[in-house]
Design a protein around this ligand. Structure first.
Ligand code: ADP
Length: 667
């Protein structure tokens, strides 16, 4: 195909994506003088990427199938706005050859490889066949066309358990199961196929030997339409949960210079096998000695910023230049590795509940400034809603420094200075990861998070004297601020006027723990706080996001967020969630509801696994929901009898709806 037809100069770019990557692409496109067009679904009317773009087009309903995955509506949006090119971002249609072809057919430049290259490399099976030919080392396994049970079983037996069943079209860890014995194979294939069909519309599977305790190493490459192809060093993405990356760094601390050159050369060979054009990533697993090709991603990846920070190259700029039909501006030997970069993915999810996504409104969004080597690529702002329809990644925090240790230090500090409230986030979990001695020592493998989960999600320290004082300070600070805003407040007349000595008592509780009391003395003379026998001189000076608290002459900075009776504090000792037991608040203990078998989030019932009347052990699976593209199995909260199932396969259920009832057995 004539490449001058595929790649040529354009002025208006449509970004067929949402969230942080849409915002990220818009930033560079604008800097290059392009006009930008955002697209959005009904759930994203007020989203950040819509606000950032020059123009925006509503695609359709929230469901991705009706909006971000609708080729027809995207092409129509481009036509309506006079867009000449499309950047697909990552996820959604970024690796969809039909979409790339549809763009071409509509006279649009697709910022990425051609449909043929995608077809060749996009499926894990196809690319493995190609790599085999090119002499790139592969994980032993099966990547053929035949998909019958017998063939797959034979292939698994031949590779030797444990094996991985993987969706050929897979991505984001979906449609993938570890299988440790022949007996587990059948059910694993059924469930992986179902997930793959729902996620990618393609349920072809491949079998791979499962490399024990591997590392994930990948190489960034980029090619132009003039036959130039460069590798931009490697990234190590070994810290994963559910086969999904959470922390990525560049360069890999595992490789020495020789190994680095070997893996980069293998990656160039892999991409060279299809004369690759655009940005792409060649992924490998490593057993510590050798690296084996697992797949190629024919798009920009989430973790591309770490590569940008160590090379000084803006990958989106290079993608756009390649799409303009230009030659890459550098030669391989001009690309230099400088320092170290680490990225953390900030998700709306709850690490203590199996990383269940969290949806809702972001009531507080405070991230540190992008100074001192810190970069933040965000897709959300304060007040934005996190909907159940899309991936729950909120932002990426990336730190650069001359050395790995300092980069980790900077990233951790950035995380510690971040306060995101209203939804549950993985920020404390990320902090725990970055401070874990084994992470610092690079003594990790892809199973690390799963093994260390208890340590990584440990509840923080119990609140001490400082936190109790800070809690009182937070309430007082909040009331004073409200008083200043409202001239006739009683605080103006009584509360803080020096009219004799006054006293006020507070009680706080953490979780279901005991109440802790603290008394504030104020009025004439200096204020003090009394905890038990101790009395501390106390002063506060409000500032952005909190206050400076002085206790017995020592000043310390406190970040605070108050929502009703819930206090969130960040002190030098860490993060604390306290409940203010207000004597006038009419406390009512909410039923915890954990025994209810209810949809944790809106989702679709994909399987019913037990029959009404069945006797269930505690933890027995009852039904499977697909929630935010992940399968979640709801289980019996205690041993008992399954009294009723209130849903059927295919039902779309709302959050909190009871789906089944288990009657506890006798005792
Ligand atoms: P996806 O496209 O869904 O991300 P990948 O094939 O890239 O799937 O694999 C995701 C992760 O699963 C890898 O980063 C690695 O940690 C693990 N993995 C993949 N293949 C193997 C394998 N053969 N042995 C061990 N771990 C693997």
């Amino acid at each position: 195909m004539d490449r001058t037809k595929l790649y040529r100069r354009f002025r208006t770019l449509l970004i067929a994506n949402r969230g942080e990557i849409a915002a990220r692409v818009i930033r560079t496109a604008r800097a290059m003088g392009l006009r930008t067009v955002a697209v959005y679904s009904e759930a994203d009317r007020d989203a950040m990427h819509v606000a950032l773009a020059d123009e925006a087009v509503l695609l359709g309903p929230a469901r991705a199938r009706d909006s971000y995955l609708s080729v027809e509506r995207l092409i129509e949006a481009a036509r309506k706005t006079g867009a000449e090119a499309v950047h697909p971002g990552y996820g959604f249609l970024s690796e969809n050859a039909e979409f790339a072809q549809a763009c071409y057919d509509a006279g649009l430049v697709f910022v990425g490889p051609t449909a043929e290259m995608m077809t060749a490399m996009g499926s894990k099976s196809g690319s493995k066949a190609l790599m085999e030919k090119a002499g790139v080392p592969l994980v032993p396994g099966y990547h053929g066309d035949a998909q019958d049970d017998a063939t797959l079983a034979k292939a698994a037996e031949k590779a030797g358990f444990p094996i991985l069943v993987k969706a050929s079209a897979g991505g984001g860890g979906r449609g993938m199961r570890i299988v440790r014995s022949a007996a587990e194979l059948g059910p694993a294939i059924v469930s992986a196929k179902r997930e793959a069909k729902a996620a990618f519309g393609d349920d072809r599977m491949l079998i791979e030997k499962y490399v024990d305790n591997p590392r994930h190493i990948e190489v960034q490459i980029i090619g132009d339409s003039h036959g130039n192809l460069l590798s931009l060093f490697e990234r190590e993405c070994t810290l994963q949960r559910r086969h999904q990356k959470v922390i990525e760094e560049a360069p890999s601390p595992t490789l020495n210079a020789t190994q680095r050159e070997t893996v980069c050369a293998a990656a160039r060979k892999a991409a060279g096998a299809v004369n690759y054009v655009g940005a792409g990533t060649i992924e490998f697993v490593s057993d510590g000695k050798d690296v084996f090709f697992i797949e190629m991603n024919t798009r920009l990846q989430v973790e591309h910023p770490v590569t940008e920070l160590i090379t000084g190259i803006d990958l989106v700029e290079w993608q756009l230049r390649v799409a303009f039909g230009e030659a890459l501006p550098m030669k391989q030997d001009e690309i230099k590795l400088n320092g170290h970069a680490v990225e953390a993915r900030v998700y709306a999810e709850n690490p203590t509940r199996n990383f269940m996504p969290s949806v809702g409104k972001i009531s507080t969004w405070r991230l540190p400034a992008e100074t001192g080597g810190l970069r933040i690529d965000a897709g959300y702002r304060e007040g934005d809603a996190v909907s159940p329809y899309y991936d729950a990644m909120l932002a990426k925090m990336i730190a650069w420094a001359p050395t790995r240790d300092v980069a980790i230090e900077r990233l951790n500090r950035g995380l510690e200075e971040s306060d995101v409230r209203g939804i549950v986030t993985n920020i404390p979990f990320l902090s725990a990861l970055m401070t874990h001695p084994k992470v610092r020592a690079n003594a990790i493998d892809t199973g690390f998070i799963e093994r260390e989960l208890a340590v990584l999600t440990q509840a923080g320290a119990a609140p001490g004297e400082l936190e109790l004082c800070a809690a009182v300070a937070a309430i007082v600070n909040d009331e004073l601020r409200a008083a200043q805003a409202e001239a006739n407040s009683p605080w103006q007349t009584f509360g803080w006027m020096p009219v004799g000595r006054r006293q006020r008592s507070f009680s706080f509780r953490v979780g279901h723990g005991a109440e802790q009391r603290i008394t504030l003395n104020y009025g004439s003379g200096p204020s003090t706080l009394v905890i038990g026998e101790r009395e501390l001189a106390f002063a506060i000076a409000p500032k952005d996001g909190g206050f400076d608290l002085t206790l017995d002459g020592v000043k310390t900075s406190v970040a605070a967020v108050i929502t009703g009776h819930e206090l969130y504090l960040r002190t030098r000792n860490g993060r604390f969630d306290l409940h203010w037991v207000d004597p006038f608040g009419g406390e009512s203990e909410e039923q915890s509801g954990e025994d209810k078998i209810a949809a944790p989030l809106p989702g679709t019932v994909v399987a019913v696994l037990a029959e009404e009347g069945a006797k269930l052990e505690k933890g027995a699976p009852i039904l499977t929901l697909e929630v935010m593209k992940m399968e979640q199995t709801l289980r019996a909260p205690y041993a008992g009898t399954l009294k009723s199932i209130k849903c059927k396969v295919g039902d779309i259920v709302q959050e909190g709806v009871e789906l089944a009832v288990v009657e506890p057995s006798g005792e």
